[in-house]
Design a protein around this ligand. Sequence first.
Ligand code: AGP
Length: 625
Amino acid sequence: MLIAPNHEPAEFPRKMATMCGISGVVQETGQVGPVLYDSLKRLEYRGYDSVGEASIVDGRLLVKKEKGKIDEVERELRISDLPGLVGIGHTRWATHGAPSRENAHPQTDCNQTVAVVHNGIIENYMEIKQELEAKGHRFKSRTDTEIVAHLVEENLKQAPGLVEAVRQTSKRLTGAYALALISVTEPDKIVCVRRESPLVIGAGINANYLASDIPAFLPRTKSVILLEDDEMAVLTHNRVRVMKVGSGEEVLREPMVVEWGVETATKGGYPHFMMKEIYEQPLTVRNALRTSPMYIDLMASAVTRAKRIFMLACGTSYHACLAATYAFANLAKVEVTPVVASEFIESYGALIDGDTVVLTVSQSGETADTLTAVRSAKDRGATILGVTNVMGSTLTRLSDVYVGQNSGPEMGVAATKTFTAQYSVLLKIAVALARKGGTLSRARMEELERGFEELPKWISAALSNGGGIVKRIVERNADRFSFCFLGRGISVATALEGRLKLLELSYLPAIAYPAGESKHGFISVVDDGYPVLFIAPHDEAYSKIIGNVMEMKARHAHVISIIEEDDTQVANLSDETILIPKGIPSLLTPIVFVLPLQLFAYYMAVRKGYNPDFPRNLAKSVTVH
Ligand code: AGP
């Protein structure tokens, strides 16, 4: 029994990342159109750049899909009128292939016999695609997803049926995916599969449903079957069978009853989108680290050819760039100048030419200050590289090469999973640069690769250990009128990001400083109980930050330190501490040490009665100068 969520949602399975919404229904009577349309509307927060549905009528596949938001596509194609008793649907958040009719889902095989919808990233799609093309398959889209339809088509040639063909196909795929398929060969069923990406089944009366998230079918049934990783399910109108992908053996899985309303369910059981997006980071960071190696390599090549390299962005994206400058210098011995976009042309306009690379980072891909700077650099002959969360955004159109940060829609105005995803992608570019330049020892490269593998676990641990502790620290410090965030080295970027989160959500005047610089001015502000938050991982700067903590303690500051779990020195000097798993390579620390700062800002906003999702005076995408 899933109970009503509280502020620290321990019950709800945390394996979820919002990116694309899939849904499906197989029913005894009626038309699937209205059911699919309604479910996709409830999944629209997961992606809204293109939409599509497929069903089977009289042995033929019917597909309706187009670029655009659900209501726009509905006006054009009347997707709510789709006939048939079995159908699948999809609302997209592009990762592979910009939004277009061809790249919209469902994707189909050569002969329009199989249709598939997908949420996630198939890592080995390129090699499978080449294999299938060699066998004569013709591809219509630039998506990773389309290979699934063709591979099932190929497997149907020798498998006993659709279920087995899908099982064999799934065993070939690597990456994250939730898939739902229908085929004219067996028009009474939907076959679906899950690995990492969320997929839930709704058990109804004379109808069964599937979706990326419970809200999609909640108005029709509160009886939910959760699929585990590497499990598949076969839905007919009166039965749901669950089985293991590996062995094919059946699994008995009792439905659970959900007590939530749709609103709560859309937030995944969390009280706010921001909280949900904070807890999505174990998977969104993993997805970011999966960004296409081919494009990462293309970007690294462009940087190696450049004489001058700038990293350009605003707000949180700028802080991800700031952290990345340490990685580029430290790993690849490449000098990069991080610049706030609104200052770029005035500060560096005269230096930009054909030997300049401008690596631009923007969640929305639509921030006016960033785009203006990019256009001006482009006019001066610079090469534009883009990192964004929105495929098809203006930044992608202005970029010579771009990659996705793959963190899915971010509904909360305050960027959270964006920071960790963007920095992860930029780190991957730095590693590719180091490989090209031979600037990294094998041991260091392996330490980093191990770190990338461990990151989701460290993030989960920091969130589960930190949530309650941070909330109590906020309770104890809620009446303070200002806060200061101090860090050294790469943690300066983490401190700046922590400060931005607090001031934009709690409206408190917060300060952030390189800790070493604090004694050249800020320290005059410190008096009895002034709250100073130290970001103090056990890295190259640790020995120096101890001195800075002592300086603040000497002026009776109230010291709150974010430190590694086995830390003693800074811990003994601090009034309150937040512990982070130990052994995180220093260049990965911004991704984990920022988490308690995101939670700190969130709980302070809630404690002050503000809505953390929609802070005053701010917009998710600032499209004005
Ligand atoms: C961060 O929480 C803010 N929402 C804001 O500073 C944001 O990072 C900035 O406007 C840049 O947005 P972009 O990444 O979409 O370009």
